[in-house]
Design a protein around this ligand. Structure first.
Ligand SMILES: Cc1cc2nc3c(=O)[nH]c(=O)nc-3n(C[C@H](O)[C@H](O)[C@H](O)COP(=O)(O)OP(=O)(O)OC[C@H]3O[C@@H](n4cnc5c(N)ncnc54)[C@H](O)[C@@H]3O)c2cc1C
Length: 304
């Protein structure tokens, strides 16, 4: 039996297991070839067990949140993809400290907190990922970021299952120990957030204002949010516009006319079409301005 088949036998009781699952079904880009094994889990214990089983079997495992910040290769992902739908939640008696499993929707949680008079997360109501993905990138918007309210994270890795203080995660602008490769193989199982009490009407109004801003600024169509981090020199969209790429296309991939840090799948774009535009933006920006754009979207899977 191959390592993949041995692993499949070991994890099939942990959730729904599929083979050769097209990743295009599970990314906001609507792009990506097949995953060898695709397991959907609904609790953090199964998430931890599946990732441990993969490590012990010598098979690569990729934890998928909402697929809203990844570009998956056309050749797909070798090994195991764990689709994290673990969403249980607990709160302390006063209702300001929350422990939430990492597959919960960040936007839905943030919106609900506002409606319940819990302040600190209204900036996040339009971010379409899971809490696990939000930890990895220290997700942020409109002057706020996860690090402002995150107190601890339950991690699963080769050292076991333990709570780690947020300060140990190296959270910076769209980055963390995860994005810098210092948490290789670690899985965010649960997060602990501490919120403040706030005025419901004011929080709901602030969330609505953020919704309006997003609606006005962001393009429709399938995308993964901002492609690049904003370098210190200038917002990434201004540089991309200045090198003449606003509205550029390659196959069905396009750099949005509306916001040129958004790369959009307008139909049946391939990952390599999007990657071509990304590399073109990087090349021109470096050649014309000496600025190296840093990707915010992670390229994952079997790229050549
Ligand atoms: C329309 C749109 C608007 C957006 N706006 C914003 C914005 O304003 N601000 C912002 O910060 N981002 C924004 N994003 C990007 C994206 O939503 C965030 O980066 C989000 O936090 C990614 O979460 P995810 O669950 O979708 O992660 P995925 O894309 O599923 O995964 C991304 C990476 O995180 C890893 N990962 C996910 N879950 C775990 C886990 N539990 N343990 C370990 N690793 C994990 C994955 O393995 C992968 O490497 C936007 C995206 C879109 C499509």
């Amino acid at each position: 039996m191959t390592a993949i088949e041995t692993l499949a036998t070991r994890i099939e009781g942990l959730g729904e297991l599929r083979r050769d699952e097209p990743m295009a079904r599970h990314t906001t880009f609507g792009i990506g070839g097949p995953a060898d094994l695709y397991l959907t889990v609904r609790d953090s214990g199964s998430l931890r067990e599946a990732s441990t089983a993969a490590r012990e079997s010598g098979v690569d495992a990729f934890v998928l949140g909402s697929g809203s910040n990844i570009l998956v290769a056309d050749a797909g992902i070798r090994g195991l993809v764990i689709d994290n739908r673990a969403r249980a939640e607990q709160t302390d008696d006063g209702g300001t400290t929350y422990r939430v499993e990492s597959g919960a929707s960040f936007a839905a949680f943030s919106r609900r907190m506002g409606r319940q008079g819990r302040a600190g997360l209204t900036w996040a109501v339009g971010i379409p990922g899971t809490l696990g993905g939000a930890v990895v990138y220290n997700a942020g918007a409109y002057g706020g970021c996860l690090a402002d309210v995150l107190t601890a994270v339950r991690l699963g890795d080769a050292e076991g299952d333990r709570w780690v203080a947020a300060e140990e995660l190296g959270l910076v602008y769209r980055g963390s120990a995860f994005t810098r490769g210092r948490a290789a193989g670690a899985v965010v199982l649960e997060v602990e957030l501490t919120l403040l009490e706030g005025d419901v009407a004011e929080l709901v109004a602030r969330a609505a204002a953020h919704d309006q801003k997003r609606l006005a600024a962001q393009p429709r169509g399938r995308n993964a949010g901002s492609m690049f981090k904003n370098p210190p020199e200038s917002p990434a969209w201004k540089l991309i516009e200045a090198v003449g790429l606003r509205g550029a296309t390659r196959g069905d991939a396009a750099i949005s006319e509306r916001h040129c840090n958004f790369f959009v799948n307008t139909g049946q774009a391939s990952a390599s079409d999007v990657a071509w535009l990304v590399e073109e933006a990087e090349r021109r920006t470096f050649e014309q301005f000496g600025v190296r754009l840093d990707r915010e979207v992670s390229f994952v899977g079997a790229w050549q």
